[in-house]
Write a protein that binds this ligand. Structure first.
Ligand code: NYM
Length: 220
């Protein structure tokens, strides 16, 4: 049946701690949107394929050392280098499902508890990036996270860091900046199917709204 033309695609971000199931759910959601007849593209940050992304990847694998501020700015630059692509993709009516974005950027860097790297400091280089139409935050209890097996061996995959990251995600809701309110919390403790269903019911509604022009063009 004929559909009215799509104003633009939706920019949907999936956030959460390591092992919350983000990557699985991004794929699942993208497939479901595709099957509903939409153009959809998945993205992830860090995007390790660019020169900046390779520097980040080497750092995360402990192949190089960097000052906390330097790697933070690289994570941010890795988003800025994708802005044109994001905007062009949305403009042609394609929805983007993105695995992590500047919420992870702020929260992980500040979780290092470097006294000279506050959440406010971490936020500054992100200001001006396109703001998502919706952010799904996959929430996982400490106990449930522990059940999902051990950590990988990249930097930040320690119980101390994850504890601080969790605290920072909670604290993000209280920062005066609006984007603290962006996170739509979904319990990631259920089965892949259950979590997928919960995500779908919220996201499909938002995607439809955006396609029909119900969004405000804004940036962080
Ligand atoms: N990470 C991710 C950051 O520290 N800052 C950021 O801006 C982003 C996007 O990178 N532990 C961290 C979170 C992860 C690590 O991400 C690698 P992934 O999703 O495991 O590839």
């Amino acid at each position: 049946e004929p559909k009215q033309p799509i104003v633009r695609g939706a920019f949907i971000v999936m956030e959460g701690l390591d092992r919350a199931g983000k990557t699985t759910q991004v794929e699942k959601l993208a497939n479901a949107l595709y099957e509903s007849g939409r153009n959809v593209e998945t993205m992830r940050f860090p995007d390790r394929t660019s020169p900046i992304g390779m520097m980040i990847s080497n750092y995360l694998q402990s192949k190089s050392e960097m000052d906390d501020h330097v790697v933070h700015l690289l994570f941010s630059a890795n988003r800025w280098e994708k802005v044109k692509h994001i905007n062009d993709t949305l403009a042609k009516g394609c929805t983007i499902i993105c695995d992590r974005y500047y919420y992870s950027g702020m929260v992980y860097s500040a979780a290092k508890r470097n006294p000279n790297l506050s959440i406010d400091w971490a936020r500054a280089p992100e200001v001006g990036l396109p703001r998502p139409d919706m952010v799904v935050f996959l929430s996982l209890s400490t106990e449930e996270a522990a059940k999902r097996g051990g950590f990988g061996d990249e930097k930040y995959e320690t119980s101390e860091m994850q504890k601080n990251v969790r605290e920072n995600f909670v604290a993000l809701k209280d920062i005066p900046a609006d984007e603290g309110q962006d996170l739509q919390v979904i319990d990631a403790g259920g089965s892949v199917e259950e979590v997928g269903k919960a995500i779908w019911s919220q996201v499909v509604q938002r995607v439809e709204e955006v396609e029909q022009g119900d969004f405000c063009e804004s940036s962080i």
